[in-house]
Design a protein around this ligand. Structure first.
Ligand code: 13P
Length: 253
C-alpha cells in the first residue's frame, strides 16, 4: 500500500524562536495523537532551521524536508545549497518545482529535472510540484500543462529512480487563496497523473507513487480531499504554521 504523506511547507515564515515554538507545539500535539501507521509526516522549514528540526532517532515523529536545492553539485554558486549539504544533515526529502519558484525564480522543467537528479544522487526523495495557473484551467489546458511538467521534469528517470519520487499536484489558483480544488477536480487530476506514470513505468510503479494535493488544504476540507482514491495526502502551506491545524490534517485519513 502506498504511503499517505502530509508535508508542511513553511515557506519563508518564522524566525528562529518562532520556529522553535512551532516545533515544540507540533511535538506536544503529536504526543497525544495517534497517527495512522501508514501516514508519514514531513516538516519542511527554511534552510536555517533544518538542523534544529532534524532528529536522527529511529522513533522521531516526523521526517524533515528542505524547500529547495541547487541544480549544481558544488562550487562557486553564492547563496545556493547543495544536495550533498542536505544529505550531510540527514535530510530526507526536498520540495522541487514549487509554483512560487517557477513563477518568481524562473525554475523551468529543465532545472527541475537537474534538481531531481542531484537529490536522487544524494539519497534524498524529491517532492515534485506540478499544477496549472487559473487561465490554463479556464482554457481547459490543465492536463496538458501538468503532462509537460511531469514528462519534462521526471520522465528521464529510470524506474528505480522514479520509485523514490513523490508528486504534489498544486493548482496555482488554489495556493494561499482560500480557494481549494473540489474533491472531484483533485481526484480527476491525480488519476490523470497516475495514468501518465503507468504509461511510462507500468501499473505497479504508478500504484506505489504517492500523489499529494496542495492548495488551501485545511482541517475543514482535508477529509473530503483525502477520501479520494488517488489523493495520498497533502502538501500544506498556511495551515502547517499552526501545530493544531497541521496535526488535524495529518489525522484526516
Ligand atoms: P497553502 O496551503 O497556503 O495554500 O499553500 C500550499 C502550498 O503551496 C504548499 O506547498
Amino acid at each position: 500500500m502506498r504511503k499517505h504523506i502530509v508535508a508542511g511547507n513553511w515557506k519563508m515564515n518564522k524566525t528562529f524562536s518562532e520556529a522553535d515554538d512551532l516545533l515544540n507545539d507540533i511535538m506536544e500535539k503529536l504526543e497525544s495523537t495517534t497517527l495512522d501507521k501508514n501516514t508519514q509526516l514531513i516538516v519542511c522549514p527554511p534552510f536555517p532551521f533544518l538542523e534544529m528540526t532534524s532528529d536522527d532517532s529511529d522513533d522521531s515523529y516526523f521526517l524533515v524536508g528542505a524547500q529547495n536545492v541547487s541544480d549544481q553539485e558544488v562550487g562557486a554558486y553564492t547563496g545556493e545549497v547543495s544536495a550533498a549539504m542536505l544529505e550531510s544533515l540527514e535530510i530526507d526529502y526536498c520540495i522541487v518545482g514549487h509554483s512560487e519558484r517557477r513563477a518568481y525564480y524562473h525554475e523551468t522543467d529543465e532545472i527541475v529535472a537537474r534538481k531531481v537528479d542531484q537529490l536522487l544522487k544524494h539519497n534524498l526523495k524529491p517532492i515534485v510540484c506540478c499544477g496549472e495557473v487559473l487561465e490554463e484551467r479556464e482554457a481547459g489546458k490543465q492536463c496538458e500543462v501538468v503532462r509537460k511538467q511531469i514528462e519534462e521534469g521526471l520522465f528521464h528517470l529510470t524506474e528505480e529512480q522514479f520509485s523514490n519520487v513523490i508528486i504534489a499536484y498544486e493548482p496555482v489558483w488554489a495556493i494561499g487563496t482560500g480557494k481549494t480544488a473540489t474533491p472531484d477536480q483533485a481526484q480527476e487530476m491525480h488519476a490523470f497523473i497516475r495514468s501518465l506514470i503507468a504509461g511510462k513505468y507500468g501499473d505497479a510503479v504508478a500504484e506505489e507513487t504517492s500523489i499529494l494535493y496542495g492548495g488551501s488544504c485545511k482541517p475543514s476540507n482535508a477529509k473530503e480531499l483525502f477520501a479520494n482514491k488517488d489523493v495520498d495526502g497533502g502538501l500544506i502551506g498556511g495551515a502547517s504554521l499552526k501545530a493544531e491545524d497541521f496535526i488535524d490534517i495529518a489525522t484526516a485519513f
